[in-house]
Design a protein around this ligand. Structure first.
Ligand SMILES: [Zn+2]
Ligand SMILES: [Zn+2]
Length: 343
């Protein structure tokens, strides 16, 4: 099968011919239709992930996978031809976190698809049946690809960790791929949403997707939030940036007792937080990691209902994965680039 693989860090991916994976009992063979290209694929290709020093190369990246069932044992509950997306944390089910019901925090994943294990930049994947979610009719493979990562992660950050309620004011700091999803989930939750970014093109798109207002990061954003909330500040700020000062920036836009949810990070990076923000202003700072399967199912329902959409910048054939990564690296992508793997 065709695959685009990392053979060397910070070098272009290479087209390889790999064997079709073996299907173990309880697993389902899927033909990959589309795969989203995410910023973490870029970090993986550049050796900038926590596991990079020990990752065996060549490695096939890609974790935003939509596929079609090729063959499945009837006991798996799947039939050939069904369209699915892949939940890419294959948690162990045995560790303390799994026993507490927190599969997104599993301490010994059986596989982390596209990160430490082969991903979606290839034609076939064997997936445990319980890691597949059915795709409702009407969602195209192109729309479906970014569900498992961008939309799922945003859903958990906004609904579960952020506990966003109708009528609240939510600021999304960084309205790129992930942020545009977070903005729409917050909007669908009944919140009034404000978009903040350093790129005016992202702000423009955020306005089309339900932002009440948007502003460039910095003074303009602080003034917007202050005026919009009559000086109170936002109930929840979702930070997709994860740079050294972004939590501090987020806190300046949050109200007293508000919540800052971080979904952007840099491996080994630190975030500065002002002590009086979390003590005297009682701001809660929380991280949010990926998504649980039940949350992902709800995110899929939101997409199926048309209340959120995945913003697709471009659709390219698998062989042009490098072009997709370069465009992402150059900050040229608005929303997601999707690779068409099997036409
Ligand atoms: Zn991703
Ligand atoms: Zn576990």
């Amino acid at each position: 099968m065709r695959a685009m693989a990392i053979r060397e860090y910070a070098a272009p991916l290479e087209l390889m011919d790999l064997p079709i994976p073996e299907v173990k009992p309880g697993s389902v063979l899927i033909r990959i239709l589309t795969c989203g290209v995410c910023y973490s694929d870029l970090k993986t290709a550049h050796g900038k992930m926590p596991f990079s020093p020990t990752l065996k190369l060549p490695h096939v990246p890609g974790h935003e996978i939509c596929g079609e069932v090729v063959e499945a044992n009837p006991q798996t509950g799947f039939r050939a031809g069904e369209r699915v997306i892949v939940y890419n944390y294959w948690s162990c089910g045995r560790c303390a976190m799994c026993r507490m019901g927190m599969e997104n925090l599993c301490e010994s994943l059986n596989a982390w698809v596209g990160f430490t294990d082969p991903g979606g930049f290839e034609e076939y994947l064997a997936v445990p049946a319980d890691r597949l979610l059915r795709l409702p009719a009407g969602i195209t493979p192109e729309q479906a690809a970014p569900i498992s990562c961008a939309l799922g992660t945003s859903y958990r950050a906004v609904v579960t960790r952020g506990q966003v309620r109708p009528g609240q004011t939510v600021v999304v700091q960084g309205v790129g791929g992930l942020g545009l999803s977070a903005l729409q989930v917050a909007h669908a939750s009944g919140a009034r949403v404000l978009g903040v970014d350093i790129d005016p093109r992202h702000l423009e798109v955020s306005m089309k997707l339900g932002a009440a207002e948007s502003a460039l990061a910095g003074d303009a954003a602080r003034v917007m939030v202050r005026d919009f909330t009559s000086g109170i500040g936002a109930d929840v700020v979702i930070d997709t940036v994860g740079h050294e000062d972004s939590l501090h920036e987020a806190a300046t836009m949050a109200r007293r007792g508000g919540r800052v949810i971080g979904i952007g990070y840099v491996v080994g990076g630190f975030a500065r937080v002002q002590t009086d923000d979390y003590v005297l202003r009682e701001i809660e700072f929380s991280g949010s990691r990926y998504v649980q399967r039940y949350e992902l199912e709800r995110a899929i329902s939101l997409l199926a209902s048309g209340r959120v959409q995945n913003v697709i910048d471009d659709v390219l054939p698998l062989e042009r994965a490098n072009e997709a990564l370069e465009r992402l690296s150059a900050g040229k992508v608005v929303g997601r680039t999707v690779l068409r793997v099997c036409a």
